[in-house]
Write a protein that binds this ligand. Structure first.
Ligand SMILES: [Fe+2]
Ligand SMILES: [Fe+2]
Length: 207
């Protein structure tokens, strides 16, 4: 038992020395997260724009609109993350987006997978790190994206279902995107954004 406490004490001392030596570790991790999020959002924006083009070619006009709206939203997320990184004193990485365009059904499946990863894994971890680092601007930017991706996942899931049931006609023919946080509404937006409170007059309309 005594041996256990000696070992425990040693571990505590080593840990405290490590943190004392490197007080910026949580901030460095948060900055790395912001850089990864910039790559993820920039890639998603380019990918969804290409998926929109493909959907149009396949005659899925309404799915094309959804991809276009989401592409705009992801670009807003990337822009917010870049601004946050600048505030934290670092420079944005150069992004060379890599993705493959397949059939619209496969593209929707890929989009659902991507949004699911961001909601379940990526953003929760990044928000935890930003919170620990007290990097509030990164936390805000991550939260804007995290909340928007939940809506995107639902919209993509609904679109895939409509396609499988040969019901594309039932999908919305207009989307509105908040310029502050990327929040995406089917049809028209409420008077103020449900995430960032931005007035509707400033929203982007995709139709
Ligand atoms: Fe996003
Ligand atoms: Fe998204």
């Amino acid at each position: 038992m005594k041996k256990f406490f000696v070992v425990l004490l040693a571990v505590m001392i080593v840990t405290s020395i490590t943190f004392a030596k490197n007080p910026t570790a949580p901030m460095a991790r948060a900055i790395e997260d912001v850089k990864n999020a910039i790559v993820g959002e920039s890639t998603a924006s380019a990918k969804y724009a290409a998926y929109a083009k493909k959907a149009k070619e396949e005659g899925y006009t309404k799915v094309s609109l959804l991809f276009e709206a989401a592409s705009k939203a992801e670009a807003i997320h990337a822009g917010n993350h870049k601004a946050a990184l600048e505030q934290l004193g670092d420079k944005s990485p150069v992004v060379d987006p890599k993705f493959a365009v397949k059939s619209t059904k496969e593209n929707l499946e890929d989009a659902i997978k991507g949004e699911s990863y961001e909601i379940a894994t990526m953003y929760p971890e990044f928000m935890k790190d930003a919170n620990e680092a007290k990097a509030n601007i990164a936390l805000l930017s991550f939260n804007y994206a995290y909340q928007t991706e939940q809506k995107h996942k639902a919209m993509y899931t609904n679109a895939l279902k409509a396609l499988n049931e040969k019901n594309e006609k039932t999908l919305p023919s207009q989307y509105q995107v908040c310029p502050t946080c990327g929040n995406t509404y089917e049809g028209t937006a409420p008077a103020r954004c449900g995430i960032s409170m931005t007035p509707r007059e400033r929203f982007l309309t995709i139709m």
